[in-house]
Design a binder for this molecule. Structure first.
Ligand code: ADP
Ligand code: MG
Length: 263
């Protein structure tokens, strides 16, 4: 079982879209995937057509010792399961503070989880305790970066946080890839940003880039991953390419150690 952390403390960069779409692409490649929604905004939950009000959800797992398997919901896609989030998660960040081993709540919950090839953790847009819980539980980190001005802003701080978690909490943790999202080939700025990210992180950037397309923005309102909503779309193909590329990286054990990644 591989635990993939999708994180970037910036909001709106494509974390949730990537977590859902990549999860679905891995399922179509024959995997059994569990997506864990750690964001109080619960976009992955609603985007997969699951209620944000389920009594058994990630809050219970992290704060009330609810066994994770009791919080698992099914989705419209066979093989893609979800641990939903909900509004009570907005207090979780604070309520975790006084708990014992507060950074390891999720890792502990995942220890008794089996039957999945990949677990994907969709993080909130912050570097607080919820994200630290994800990083402490993860094997590999995926960083979505939007092809926009200021794309690199905050990345140094994110990489520093990952490095700190690796040093203190989880020495297995590796950065697997940066995924460029919302690419607009007609936009010169988009092209410049792609070049700049490649220049800074030559080995880390995934070959597969995700195009900006309204189909990806529409899919969540139907509660479907892009692989079901519009299977032949360029976006579905891009996420399938990404799934293949990441699977190959993981298999060849070629995730890049952070020290070598920062150019
Ligand atoms: P995050 O989880 O980082 O906050 P989201 O995945 O929720 O980001 O994406 C932010 C918004 O942009 C959402 O409305 C989403 O539907 C939209 N979006 C994400 N990726 C794309 C894309 N490649 N093309 C068009 N819209 C996108
Ligand atoms: Mg999100």
């Amino acid at each position: 079982m591989t635990v993939l952390v999708v994180t970037n403390q910036k909001g709106g960069v494509g974390k949730t879209t990537t977590a859902i779409s990549l999860g679905a692409a891995l399922v179509q490649r024959g995997q059994h995937v569990l997506l864990v929604d750690l964001d109080p905004q619960a976009n992955a939950t609603s985007g997969l057509g699951v209620s944000k009000e389920l009594p058994n959800a990630i809050y219970g797992v992290l704060l009330k010792n609810l066994p994770l398997r009791e919080a698992v919901a099914t989705t419209a896609m066979d093989g893609l399961d979800l641990v939903p989030s909900g509004p009570d998660m907005s207090a979780a960040e604070v309520e975790l503070v006084p708990l014992m081993a507060r950074e390891y709540r999720l890792r502990e919950a995942l220890r008794h989880t089996n039957g999945y090839d990949t677990v994907i953790l969709d993080c909130p847009p912050s570097l607080g305790l919820l994200t630290v819980n994800a990083l402490a539980a993860g094997d590999a980190v995926l960083i979505p970066v939007q092809c926009e001005y200021y794309a690199l802003e905050g990345l140094a701080q994110l990489l520093k946080t990952i490095e700190a978690v690796r040093g203190r909490l989880n020495d297995r943790l590796e950065v697997l890839a940066i995924v460029l999202t919302m690419e607009d080939r007609r936009n010169r700025l988009s092209v410049q940003v792609i070049e700049e990210v490649h220049r800074h992180f030559p080995k880390l950037v995934a070959r597969a880039r995700i195009p900006r397309t309204v189909r990806l923005a529409e899919a969540p309102s139907h509660g479907l991953p892009i692989a079901l909503y519009d299977p032949s779309s360029p976006a579905a193909r891009a996420y399938d390419d990404l799934a293949g590329e990441l699977a190959a990286r993981l298999k060849s054990r070629a995730p890049i150690a952070l020290g070598g990644a920062i150019a």
